[in-house]
Design a protein around this ligand. Structure first.
Ligand code: OSB
Ligand code: MG
Length: 371
């Protein structure tokens, strides 16, 4: 197939409630949406980057620049040799910028699979028609507000609660939430790199709350520190930010730095790399689950398809559309008995609502090959 044109839409979608993590607070999801026009049809992708480089070094303005000046020209230069499976190799000359690369891979795959009449889940080797989902709950200084959010999510049927934590907002909220959800309900925490290995004794206090896991307690580069923490805590260590590739995973496995992995296709530069990480974890007996980056329906469709692979045995973070937005860019994903249904239509299996997209788009780049 051949890429004929590529549109980058910068979309600003208000969140239904603020989302605070140890690295900042968001009230709006500002995201790059990719529309790839190919000779076999149109495909869509979404870049996981955010306005600020606080979760990872990538951010919207940087992603836009690297897409326009470096990545998209490599896909145009491929001529008729383009395919979803070829994208990662074509983009390899550019170091890093994994989220930008993944958005392109998904858009090309979506067009290709739509033309072939194959769903993304089927293409990836999915084995489930619905996936268990949890919800990621932001930090708040108001304990009553936190409880009301958690109670609401339990009511809606979410199968697991994840609390964002940071120093000063950890033991208290975890104790209160454990009390609220009851013994045995799946509860986990995510620190987004907010602690140091010298906090091990403090973090070990979380052990008594029977958490499924603690996600990314230490800075992303600190594999050795995570290994030490893994020895000192009963709560399993899960890595998110640290795992940007299969090679990072090998490092973590060699050091026993984690017992569980959060897989985000954007963070690792592609759905196909995400599948390799899944396969390696499955072989190593490491449970995985699918993280999220406050995606719109476009990104959510790919996360749900990925989550249908056999190794995704823990509930994912990607929740129903109404947990994020009053209006999604696609038909909404709706919670059904604590699960999201895996789209069965060809490609991503979702329809992008052009009116909604136009309403929330604040800027567009229209890219075409050099004549
Ligand atoms: O660390 O998992 C994270 C959202 C934005 C950036 C990082 C993270 C998150 C989440 C929310 O936890 C996941 C979601 O609901 O999409
Ligand atoms: Mg995380």
């Amino acid at each position: 197939m051949r890429l004929l044109a590529l549109d980058l839409h910068r979309v600003r979608l208000p969140l239904v409630r603020p989302f605070r993590t140890s690295f900042g607070e968001q009230t709006v999801r500002e995201v790059l949406v990719v529309r790839a026009e190919t000779d076999v049809g149109v495909g869509w992708g979404e870049c996981a980057a955010d306005v600020d480089p606080h979760y990872s070094p990538e951010f919207d303005d940087g992603a836009r620049l690297v897409l326009v000046d470096h990545l998209v020209p490599l896909l145009f230069a491929a001529g008729g040799e383009l395919s979803g499976a070829a994208v990662a190799d074509l983009l390899r000359p550019v170091k890093g910028h994994r989220m930008a690369k993944e958005a392109l891979e998904v858009a090309v795959l979506d067009a290709e699979l739509q033309a072939a009449g194959v769903s993304l889940a089927e293409h990836l080797g999915g084995v489930r028609d619905a996936v268990d989902v949890g919800v990621s709950v932001g930090i708040t200084d108001d304990p009553g507000l936190l409880s009301s959010w958690v109670a609401e999510y339990l009511d809606e049927g979410y199968r697991r609660i994840k609390l964002k934590i940071e120093p000063g907002a950890d033991i208290g909220p975890v104790a209160a939430t454990r009390e609220l959800v009851g013994d045995g309900f799946p509860l986990q925490v995510d620190a987004n790199t907010a602690y140091r290995v010298t906090d091990a004794e403090h973090l070990a206090r979380l052990d008594e709350y029977d958490l499924l896991l603690i996600e990314q307690p230490l800075v992303e580069d600190d594999f050795v520190g995570h290994a030490e923490l893994a020895r000192r805590l009963r709560t399993p260590i899960c890595l998110d930010e640290s795992i940007e590739s299969l090679d990072h995973l090998e490092t973590a496995l060699a050091l026993d730095a984690c017992g569980i992995v959060n897989i985000k296709p954007g963070r690792v530069g592609g759905l196909l790399e995400a599948r390799r990480i899944h396969d390696r974890c499955l072989a190593a007996g490491i449970p995985v689950w699918c993280g999220g980056m406050l995606e719109t329906g476009i990104g959510r469709a790919s996360l749900v398809a990925l989550s249908s692979l056999p190794g995704f045995t823990l509930p994912g973070d990607s929740s129903a559309s109404d947990r994020y937005f009053a209006t999604d860019l696609t038909e909404p994903f709706v919670l059904d008995d604590g699960r999201l249904r895996v789209p069965t239509g060809p490609g991503l299996g979702v329809e992008v609502d052009q009116d909604v997209l136009a309403r929330f788009t604040v800027a567009t780049d229209h890219l075409v090959p050099d004549p």
